[in-house]
Design a protein around this ligand. Structure first.
Ligand SMILES: [Fe+2]
Ligand SMILES: [Fe+2]
Length: 187
């Protein structure tokens, strides 16, 4: 079976609607970080990059008078749960290997702990890679969700990642890693 590419995923209407809602630039940037972390932690880069690209596909916009309301968000958000299910359905429809689709969905489910009561999760390496990649692109006040990227740039970057995955490259991505914001409660 041919590999389902990031460009295949990008072009699907579900991705167009929901990944763009939470920010295309953030999704792609997180996917690039995930590739690097996957190499570092010896995790399957295809799974890590797909989970990272789709990690915020479950977001709903918590707006009030044109502004994001973090209190509303914290009280009501379940984007990781919604995203895991949405991404799983999308991947299965596209023909992704079902075992891989499950692993990707679990990594999305666990990419943030913002919806969970206190306590610590023991993350598997793939899940850790996706959470780290998300944190690496985070900006204060959730600004990472508002960064703009055109479809043309997005496809170019996703093709670059598809190429790396298919040719097993150890990489150096073109994004500046954000090392100052390790907390991930609003991601
Ligand atoms: Fe998130
Ligand atoms: Fe995120």
């Amino acid at each position: 079976m041919d590999r389902i590419t990031l460009v295949d995923i990008f072009e699907h209407p579900i991705t167009q609607k929901y990944v763009k809602r939470a920010g295309l630039s953030h999704a792609i940037s997180t996917a690039f970080y995930a590739y690097d972390y996957a190499v570092e932690y010896n995790v399957n880069p295809d799974l890590a990059v797909k989970a990272a690209f789709l990690h915020d596909i479950g977001h709903y916009t918590w707006y009030e008078n044109g502004k994001w309301n973090y209190t509303l968000y914290k009280e009501n958000d379940i984007h990781a749960i919604k995203g895991a299910e949405r991404a799983h359905k999308l991947l299965v429809r596209l023909g992704e290997n079902p075992v891989h689709a499950k692993k990707i969905a679990l990594a999305i489910l666990l990419h943030t702990d913002s919806y969970l009561p206190g306590g610590q999760l023991e993350l598997e390496p793939l899940q850790k890679v996706v959470a780290l990649a998300d944190s690496a692109d985070e900006e204060p006040g959730g600004l990472h969700h508002y960064k703009k990227m055109s479809d043309i740039t997005a496809i170019k970057k996703l093709k670059e990642l598809d190429h790396k995955i298919e040719h097993n490259e150890t990489s150096n991505h073109s994004f500046q890693k954000n090392v100052t914001t390790p907390q991930r409660r609003l991601s």
